[in-house]
Design a protein around this ligand. Structure first.
Ligand code: ATP
Ligand code: MG
Length: 377
């Protein structure tokens, strides 16, 4: 099977690594350079998008911020999964909110802002505090503003109106600030027969708005059921085929959707070593029409993101249950450069190994890990 992935980053790379044993070969579309490249070497394969689509058995995506004409062109081919509607919903918070409403799943109350009257209406309708998010092109907490006190509203409107004026396609989605206890995500797959397989929930810890640690959480049946029910409602609403990720706020055991990602997800990287079939293989199975694999947790697992660093101490590789994954990217401050997966036979051992890992990592590059380890039991 030949699969063309829209996007040529680490997610396409890890799909290629997972697909190789199944004889699934991946080429990747580098959207910024309008080039078809090898997902591991980034070598330009010297063909255009139209040819690459024609050559592929299946077209899929590794991110959602893709030009609309490209999405339309892929959709036309009849081999694009999860397809145009799902990718658009992941890339435009207005469409995403509509989707969540029509699927009947809870999310933060919101109001869409295109002008000053909308801004004023959002504040009076939703109350404070509020989170304002750009409708398009948001990721890693970028394109967001917070409003806590009414006195700051005028100054914030100056910022937001300038932002809107700079791009006529943009809008702002204002959301109630949710006082959550923690953030969790559910990664799962749906195939063309409508079968759904989800992984155990993942607890996610962000530092400065960027994911730092994801921990697989098995054993909370009530929360797992709730997440699975909401996942299935969204996936069915989209007639979704592929891996889908949903981020939730956990508010005293009640889940609210934060956002969806119509693709494999950073918070699912632990599945490479912690689950029977990892999210990358599962996605390829779903879009290629192969049977879905088992999503069972094999052993307690967590993942640590490597942000802005292109080396880590070599000694970490001596820790049992540790796997290092580099993405082959050049170093830039804050950039997702790789990740570390850590697994163990039980939770106590995972905590112990995590503490050993933390002792070896430079704290400046890996802040707040000790606080996260303290939460493990
Ligand atoms: P990412 O790419 O990391 O998923 P993003 O740019 O798509 O980020 P969101 O996930 O919407 O943005 O928001 C980033 C973070 O901001 C969330 O993980 C959460 O910690 C916080 N946040 C977002 N919306 C709210 C809200 N309504 N109430 C409270 N906190 C929020
Ligand atoms: Mg998010």
């Amino acid at each position: 099977m030949k699969v063309l992935v829209l996007g040529a980053g680490q997610l396409a790379r890890m799909m290629a690594l997972a697909g190789a044993p199944l004889n699934i070969s991946i080429s990747a579309y580098d959207v910024n350079n309008d080039a078809i490249v090898h997902p591991l070497t980034q070598q330009n394969l010297g063909k255009g998008l139209a040819n690459a689509i024609a050559d592929a058995d299946v077209v899929t995506a590794e991110f959602e911020h893709i030009p609309l004409p490209v999405l339309a062109q892929c959709q036309q081919s009849g081999k694009f999964f999860p397809g145009e509607t799902a990718i658009k919903a992941g890339g435009d918070r207005r469409l995403e909110k509509q989707l969540l409403d029509s699927a009947g799943v809870r999310s933060a109350s919101y109001h869409i802002i295109n002008n000053e009257a909308d801004f004023t209406a959002a504040i009076s309708k939703l109350g404070l505090p509020l989170v304002f998010k750009s409708a398009l092109a948001g990721y890693d907490g970028k394109g967001q503003w917070r409003l806590k006190q009414a006195e700051q509203a005028a100054a914030l409107w100056q910022d937001i109106s300038a932002f809107l004026a700079a791009d006529s396609k943009q809008a702002i989605v204002a959301e109630q600030f949710i006082p959550f206890q923690r953030e969790v995500s559910l990664i799962g797959a749906r195939n063309s027969k409508g079968e759904v397989q989800v992984y155990p929930l993942t607890e996610n810890h962000h530092v400065n708005g960027v994911l730092s640690v994801s921990l697989a959480v098995a054993g909370n049946e009530q929360l797992q059921q709730q997440a699975q029910q909401m996942f299935t409602a969204v996936a069915n609403q989209l007639n979704y085929v592929g891996v889908l990720a949903i981020e939730f706020f956990d508010v005293n055991g009640e889940l609210l959707v934060n956002e969806i990602a119509p693709r494999v997800h950073n918070s699912g990287h632990w599945t490479q070593q912690g689950a029977d079939v990892c999210q990358f293989e599962q996605h390829l199975r779903a879009v290629c029409g192969l049977p879905l694999g088992s999503t069972a947790l094999l052993r307690p697992s967590l993942m640590v993101n490597i942000l802005g660093e292109d080396t880590v101490p070599e000694q970490i590789l001596a820790l049992p249950g540790l796997h290092l994954h580099w993405y082959g990217k050049s170093k830039r401050a804050g950039r997702k450069m790789g990740h570390i997966n850590l697994s163990a036979t039980d939770n106590a051992q995972l905590k112990q190994r995590f503490e050993q890992l933390i002792a070896l990592l430079p704290e400046a590059a890996f802040p707040e890990l000790a606080q996260m380890a303290a939460r493990l039991n």
